[in-house]
Design a protein around this ligand. Structure first.
Ligand code: GLC
Length: 567
């Protein structure tokens, strides 16, 4: 470990969606004890930093992102003691844990909201954002603005008791908090301190860019859809006021815990330059941000009407996206790198190929793990789990997918909606982890709420542990290599540059350190010739048994990848 660097720059991260990881008490839902029991797997893989998605008490409308009580573990996931045991055991293995803190909204079943809707004069009413309805000449009530939320419908929901609308940019069971309210902010700081005092190593801060809203609450002037609504991120994303809130959060909480890691989810709308407002080491507030610039470079996002063959990874753009973040952020701050999270499709389906599962999953591992930044592997990625094979819309049991299907059914047939959800839905990333070839993939002995992917007899950890050439063992090897001091140094000090940046099929980059490291990855399911302009010293990683060359050029077979040490 290089002492001049914060610990998280050298960490290898791993994200766990607790509901789908491992069910220790056989009720069909993954839990905290399940994570603890599977720590040996994570240790064997070589990761040393976990981000665990929410496990607070919740009605589970958005599977835990709708928090009912920030001080309790939901009984479905276990108890506070279970969490403490998990933390202790993880720490004893050298694994740190950051938890997912939801600051933008609560559940409508949170005590604050229950009070808020019961009594307009209670202090909790001001913890949320209420507006009177608009009225038509006929006396019909309408939402205060034309804002659409992230789950397809209006960003407002009418409350019959209070006779006002409340803002909810996600589901109607997730009312947005009013960050203008000082007392609410103080209550939230107490929540953060509670978990930090318990020993967590930091936070992933959910939906952070949305804390500030356009306080004029005026209509969006962007073109509206047939339903009169428009998703206008400028109404509730990265507005300047968010930095005032973060300034206070930093001084009241974060500065008191100097060794913690904070990663803010800022979504797709934040550029690398803007991100520095969040993470600049002197003037910023957090350590890193998660954006989605590298997650959707195959046109799948919003691709309802596209056929499957129209979906193709834009490799040039993908490379540029990684580079623009590297160039702007790395001289000053830290950068996380990842292919997906629990809101995205599986990466083997997204950028790889089911037909070439082994080749493409290992190619994606190599490409990601040796880029500059702190890698985050998403649970199941290390065994090449892929998108769902569901045949019916009812199998997509998840609030945003169901809301989308409801709206889309007015203009699309079921098979088109199904094709789109199978390609893009976040359900893809949330099916149970495939531990072995036993019923329900060894995740549980009872039927889980989200059905296990039908390929679990083929794709599972137990099988891959026995096979030295498996995706899992490749990940292990790649992570072990990435952690070697010399390699780590080279990866983190670079300088990193793309090789043949305009090559439409190959993702190649070099770190000009000692040793100089070159990654060459074919992102296609066909053969590609690649011009080598460096002398190879060593092949450190490779996912095919033989090397094929034509003269000095490499012949790259489908999804072939190399990590070389070069002159
Ligand atoms: C974030 C989470 C997502 C959740 C949303 C609302 O984007 O990643 O899963 O639905 O916030 O909390």
């Amino acid at each position: 470990m290089n002492k001049s660097r914060p610990w998280w720059q050298e960490a290898i991260g791993y994200q766990i969606y607790p509901r789908s990881f491992y069910d220790s008490n056989q009720d069909g839902v993954g839990d905290l004890n399940g994570i603890r029991l599977k720590l040996p797997h994570l240790h064997q893989l070589g990761v040393n930093l976990l981000w665990i998605c929410p496990f607070f008490a919740s009605p589970m409308d958005d599977y835990g992102y709708d928090v009912k009580d920030y001080y309790q573990v939901d009984p479905m996931f276990g108890t506070l003691e279970d969490f403490q045991a998990l933390l202790k055991e993880a720490h004893s293995m050298g694994i740190r844990i950051i938890i997912d803190l939801v600051l933008n909204h609560t559940s409508d079943e949170h005590r604050w909201f229950m009070e808020a809707r019961k009594n307009q004069y209670s202090k909790y009413h001001q913890y949320f954002i209420w507006k009177d309805p608009k009225k038509t000449d006929e006396g019909k009530i309408l939402p205060p603005t034309n804002w659409r939320g992230y789950f397809s419908d209006s960003a407002w929901h009418y409350d019959d008791t209070v006779k006002q609308y409340y803002l909810k940019i996600f589901s109607k069971k997730m009312p947005d908090l009013n960050w203008e309210n000082k007392s609410m902010r103080q209550d939230m700081y107490d929540v953060a301190k509670f978990w930090l005092d318990l020993g967590v190593d930091g936070f992933r801060l959910d939906a952070l860019a949305h804390l500030a809203k356009d306080l004029t609450f005026s209509n969006s002037t962007l073109p509206v859809a047939a339903d009169g609504l428009v998703l206008d991120a400028s109404k509730f994303s990265s507005l300047p006021r968010v930095f005032d809130y973060l300034k206070e959060f930093k001084s009241e909480v974060l500065l008191k815990y100097p060794d913690i890691l904070t990663i803010g989810e800022v979504g797709g709308g934040v550029s690398p330059d803007m991100s520095l407002q969040y993470i600049h080491p002197q003037n910023g507030y957090l350590n890193m941000v998660f954006n989605f610039d590298t997650c959707w470079e195959n046109g799948a996002f919003g691709s309802d009407h596209k056929a499957d063959h129209e979906i193709k990874t834009n490799v040039v753009q993908l490379k540029q996206n990684f580079m623009k973040w590297y160039q702007t952020v790395s001289p000053l701050a830290s950068l996380p790198i990842y292919w997906l999270n629990h809101d995205h499709p599986r990466v083997v389906s997204q950028y790889g190929s089911i037909r070439y599962r082994q080749e493409s999953a290992t190619m994606l591992a190599t490409t990601l793990l040796f880029l500059y930044g702190t890698p985050f592997i998403y649970n199941g990625e290390e065994i090449g789990m892929s998108n769902v094979d569901y045949e019916k819309l009812t199998q997509f049991k998840e609030v945003s997918a169901l809301q989308y299907a409801k709206q889309a059914s007015e203009k699309m047939d079921e098979s088109t909606i199904l094709r789109f959800l199978r390609r893009t839905s976040r359900v893809n990333a949330r099916t149970p982890f495939q531990w072995n070839d036993q019923p329900f993939a060894g995740f549980s002995t009872v039927e889980p709420s989200l059905q296990v992917n039908g390929n679990y007899r083929e794709v599972n950890l137990a099988k891959q542990q026995k096979d030295p050439k498996s995706i899992f063992n490749y990940y292990r090897k790649a992570i072990a290599l990435r952690k070697k001091p010399k390699v780590m140094e080279s990866v983190l000090t670079g300088p990193l540059s793309l090789v043949d940046p305009l090559n439409p099929d190959v993702f190649a980059y070099v770190h000009e350190g000692r040793p100089a490291l070159l990654v060459v990855s074919n992102f296609r399911g066909f053969e590609v010739e690649f011009k080598m302009n460096r002398l190879i010293n060593l092949v450190l990683l490779h996912n095919y048994p033989t090397i094929e060359k034509r003269g000095l050029n490499l012949i790259l077979r489908p999804f072939e990848t190399y990590l070389f040490e070069v002159e």
